[in-house]
Design a protein around this ligand. Structure first.
Ligand SMILES: [Zn+2]
Length: 209
């Protein structure tokens, strides 16, 4: 889709679809947004949250980044985009559920195995960001033991588990999880089948929801 298609699509939205949402938007302006869910997904254009959850405006607070990574909690003077979203969602919006959603055919997980990215000066921030997937890559390599046929899915799913671990480094979230005031979920979206599987920590398996 190029930009002209987007503009045409917006016209269709404005002239036809918006009326179905008008009341929702008015209520959301009047009362403010009160999403109960924080969705952390991949920037991949095929992962389209409102489409795959059939959700409406106001339902989810959303952040997407390359690889649906969650940086471990760190206090310093840098700009922490994903961390700021998490902090706001938890402390101000008081979301009750956080979903870390990985997906099949993830370019970020594939790029973990591409050493050329590290050499490319134009991709220095991408290379740094991908470090958040290194632990998952090593675990997946160990599990697969050279079986390339299952490497992609294994690293994608292992990464979700690592991000769930990282999110618990946020002191506030750790406290809220311990007191059952917030739930964290690791979901895996399979693009060819349109299915979502939830990570069951006790059984260490992903099971379709
Ligand atoms: Zn991805």
């Amino acid at each position: 889709m190029n930009i002209q298609k987007l503009i045409q699509g917006h016209k269709k939205f404005k002239d036809n679809i918006y009326k179905n949402y008008k009341q929702d938007f008015e209520a959301l302006i009047e009362n403010g947004q009160k999403p109960k869910v924080l969705f952390i997904g991949c920037s991949d254009s095929r992962v389209s949250p409102d489409l795959i959850f059939h959700s409406r405006p106001g339902d989810m607070f959303t952040t997407r980044n390359i690889g649906n990574f969650v940086p471990p909690y760190k206090v310093n003077d840098d700009f922490h985009g994903t961390t700021a979203v998490i902090e706001y969602a938890v402390n101000i919006l008081k979301v009750e559920d956080i979903i870390v959603c990985g997906h099949s055919h993830c370019g970020a997980c594939k790029a973990l195995f591409d050493d050329n990215i590290k050499q490319d000066k134009n991709l220095s921030h991408v290379a740094k960001w991908l470090e958040l997937g290194y632990e998952a890559k090593e675990i997946a390599k160990n599990i697969c033991q050279g079986d390339k046929s299952k490497l992609a899915k294994t690293v994608e799913q292992e990464s979700i588990k690592i991000q769930l671990k990282n999110i618990l480094t946020y002191p506030m979230i750790n406290r809220l999880v311990k007191t059952n005031k917030i739930n964290i979920h690791g979901w895996y979206y399979d693009i060819p089948n349109g299915t979502i599987s939830n990570y069951d920590k006790n059984k260490n398996i992903f099971k379709e929801i």
